[in-house]
Design a protein around this ligand. Structure first.
Ligand code: SAM
Length: 322
């Protein structure tokens, strides 16, 4: 089952790379940043002082863990704690520890496209919090919603942290929230992180650090195409470029070709040309305020029942209900 899902992920990678690099302007999906190298680079990003998102969400969980755990425990009926795009679970472990402390009846079901991330997460939880039953699911958010839907035997709490929702443009985010809504019952909850609008320079710095860790993360997608699809990208011929539009709240990452290039991707039988300074768009990281989050929730027919923020109001977690 897991192998089938991995094969599906690999062939979707080829299909989407073909589509994105044949289009104009060119694009690639940020969900393909993550293999063992990308997972490690993202951990390095989370440890950077510029990447305030992790510290802010960490601070929210540390301060409000008891209240958040009580919300999850609710009427004390057993529940499954799903997490979409769980990564290394650094912040989630604060909540898992609190739930164990409060003797909650739950199992933890992390979902991630990266099998490497799920393996490391399961191992580390087994070592650090052995009382937690971990049932990992490999796949994309959209594909695994059906697993969430099918898991009707228990109440559900769904975590979507790190402002991962920000990788979706508003229409996609609304579709996604609608799908989530259809996958839950009134007693279930969704707990989501939304990075907030703030000084544009703070946002730019978070995605364009001086040491070039974010640049290496962005370029990892080209290394993956070279390794897994037989590509011959000259990765050094690309610049990492970040822009932030404070009007729309959208940060965008690009790879910019420094020269005229011809690239062949063997397994896709695809040849592409890049003009000097041509772009490949790789990621969006949307920023929000209460008004926009309310609007998204309304569009998806969800209600915000409460929210938590850090002392500088950089970041916010919202609880959404049907
Ligand atoms: C930015 S990291 C955040 C990790 C974690 N949520 C946190 O807050 O630290 C995104 C994680 O989601 C996974 N991911 C990205 N896009 C995904 C998708 N479309 N479906 C499933 N997992 C995805 C990545 O593999 C990675 O582990």
């Amino acid at each position: 089952m897991q192998n089938e899902s991995l094969t599906e992920t690999q062939s979707a990678f080829g299909r989407e790379v073909y589509e994105g690099l044949s289009a104009f302007p060119k694009y690639l999906s940020s969900k393909y940043f993550y293999d063992a190298t990308g997972d490690k680079l993202f951990q390095d990003i989370m440890a950077m002082p510029e990447y305030y998102l992790t510290d802010a969400e960490f601070a929210i969980f540390t301060e409000h863990k008891s209240h958040i755990a009580e919300l999850f425990i609710a009427d004390e009926s057993p529940f499954s704690l799903f997490e979409l795009g769980a990564g290394d679970g650094k912040k989630t472990k604060i909540l898992l520890n609190e739930l164990v402390k409060k003797k909650a009846a739950f199992d933890y079901r992390p979902i991630d496209i990266s099998q490497n991330a799920l393996d490391s997460l399961s191992d580390s939880i087994q070592k650090e919090i052995p009382d937690v039953e971990v049932n990992p699911i490999q796949g994309t958010y959209f594909d695994t919603l059906k697993d969430i839907n099918a898991a009707t035997e228990k109440r559900k709490v769904i975590l979507f942290l790190g402002s991962n929702i920000g990788n979706l443009l508003h229409p996609q985010a609304i579709d996604f929230l609608k799908n989530l809504r259809d996958s839950i019952h009134p007693e279930d909850s969704i707990f989501m992180g939304f990075d907030q609008k703030k000084n544009p320079q703070t946002i730019l710095d978070a995605y364009n650090d001086a040491k070039g860790i974010t640049a290496a993360f962005n370029k990892n997608i080209l290394h993956r195409i070279n390794k897994e699809l037989g590509g011959n990208f000259d990765v050094d011929q690309f610049l990492h470029w970040e822009v932030y539009d404070p009007e729309s709240g959208t940060a965008k990452s690009y790879l910019v070709s420094k020269s005229a290039q011809e690239v062949r991707i063997e397994s896709l039988d695809l040849e592409i040309r890049l003009r000097p300074w041509e772009t490949i768009h790789t990621e969006i990281s949307q920023k929000y305020d209460d008004e926009v989050v309310n609007w998204l929730a309304e569009q998806a027919d969800l209600k915000i029942s409460t929210s938590f923020t850090d002392k500088d109001a950089l970041y916010k977690n919202y609880v959404l209900k049907k």
